[in-house]
Design a protein around this ligand. Structure first.
Ligand SMILES: Cc1cc2nc3c(=O)[nH]c(=O)nc-3n(C[C@H](O)[C@H](O)[C@H](O)COP(=O)(O)O)c2cc1C
Length: 387
């Protein structure tokens, strides 16, 4: 099943176009340069840090913004920063998801270091922790790589190249119990709670679906949150290859319309436009056939917890990948902007994690889905600021 984006044209018309996610799954239309980072990462790198980082940049990141900057000027050290030009102030006003996306990177970095027989000594916020609502130019982590004969490779490393965020329709069958167990075990090193719902709890499953639908509709009818996504749309091979991030569109029709100035990226569609209702219907159909949901809950929501939540999510997704399962985060109801207040409270209540004591850091679709191609990456050179 194709994921489609309904686009409002300059002049008011609407078209539907397959998204890059879909195109990646159905054809090899994405420019090879955009996905080159997935081909034998680190091949030819003689420096361990660069080999390790070539794997870390394959981590999941909200809106595929890849906000990872690294300083390699000190031997055997990596200092990680947030690229402050890559924030999502409307949908991620306190940069919680940015912190999680630093965490996913650190987890893949750690797995790759172990694969090389190196212990990654990760010190979070070596120059002080960010305030709860903003990020700044201080590092999020300083990593020292130390040879350690006691370090063992982690089997999850083998899933890094296979992991995808899968937005296709999922098969109508429950995940295997053993797979769920493996996902739960994968995050055991963190003091977090994971949960799953499937067909054994039909009432709860329906509630999950209803909240996901409501939250998605809110995001689509809130102009400033829609526009935030429009700003990171990449249309056609030229833009996709140039940016290698964000939300890529490579449909020939969209490209043609864009080329002649008919694709209007400057206006959010109205709530009752087909551009909005079409996307809602499409999303609802996928949600209504989603067989299971996964969640990750923390007690507290400080910056270190957020980073470690990203690490835990990366592990859970890699464990799911190993078991042949697909995942897609559903961040809308977890987002802290005012319009999401009701779904936010509802999902917290539903998973037994009332805010503010608890925070649902991740909520995701879970199930079996068709294989898809990877999403673009900018390549290691784009992330190295010094060294
Ligand atoms: C904190 C966080 C939140 C995310 N939220 C969403 C989401 O709401 N919807 C979605 O489709 N993908 C979401 N993603 C997945 C990213 O869009 C995805 O990682 C990115 O596009 C790169 O694709 P990949 O995971 O296949 O490499 C999220 C990822 C992270 C780390």
């Amino acid at each position: 099943m194709q994921r489609r984006l309904f686009i409002r044209l300059a002049g008011g018309g609407v078209i539907a176009a397959a998204t890059a996610t879909t195109l990646a799954g159905c054809s090899s239309a994405l420019p090879p340069d955009a996905i080159a980072a997935w081909q034998s990462p680190g091949q030819g790198e003689t420096e361990a840090r660069r080999w390790i980082l070539s794997h870390a940049i394959l981590a999941p990141h909200s809106h595929n913004l890849q906000s990872w900057l690294v300083d390699l000027s000190v031997p055997d050290e990596i200092t990680l920063f947030v690229d402050q030009k890559r924030l999502l102030p409307e949908t991620d006003p306190f940069s919680r998801q940015m912190m999680m996306s630093q965490g996913t990177f650190l987890e893949l970095l750690d797995l790759a270091a172990k694969q090389k027989g190196l212990r990654a000594r990760i010190e979070l916020f070596p120059q002080g922790v960010f305030p709860p609502t903003t990020v700044d130019g201080r590092p999020t982590a300083r990593i020292r790589l130390v040879a350690d004969a006691a370090v063992k490779p982690d089997p999850l490393f083998a899933q890094i190249l296979r992991r995808r965020t899968n937005r296709e329709a999922y098969e109508a069958r429950d995940p295997d119990a053993a797979a769920l167990q493996a996902m739960a075990v994968s995050v055991q090193q963190h003091p977090f709670r994971t949960g799953f719902v499937g067909s054994a709890q039909p009432d709860a499953l329906q509630q999950h679906r209803r909240i996901a639908r409501d939250a998605w509709r809110i995001e689509l009818v809130t102009p400033r949150t829609v526009m935030e996504s429009f700003k990171v749309l990449r249309i056609g091979p030229k833009e996709i290859a140039q940016h290698r991030d964000g939300i890529s569109l490579n449909d020939p029709m969209v490209r043609a319309l864009d080329a002649v100035g008919l694709f209007d990226r400057s206006v959010a569609p109205a709530p009752d436009d087909f551009a909005t209702t079409g996307q809602i219907d499409e999303f609802n159909a996928k949600i209504d056939s989603t067989p299971a949901f996964f969640w990750l809950v923390t007690e507290g929501n400080d910056r270190v917890t957020q980073i470690n939540s990203g690490r835990a999510y990366a592990r859970a997704q890699l464990a799911a990948t190993a078991a042949g399962l697909s995942m897609q985060p559903l961040s809308q109801a977890l987002q802290e902007y005012a319009e999401q207040a009701v779904p936010y409270a509802e999902i917290h209540q539903l998973v037994g994690a009332p805010a503010p004591r608890f925070t649902v850091q991740m909520w995701a679709r879970l199930g079996y889905a068709p294989a898809i191609e990877p999403s673009p990456r900018r390549g290691l050179a784009s992330h190295v600021v010094r060294g």
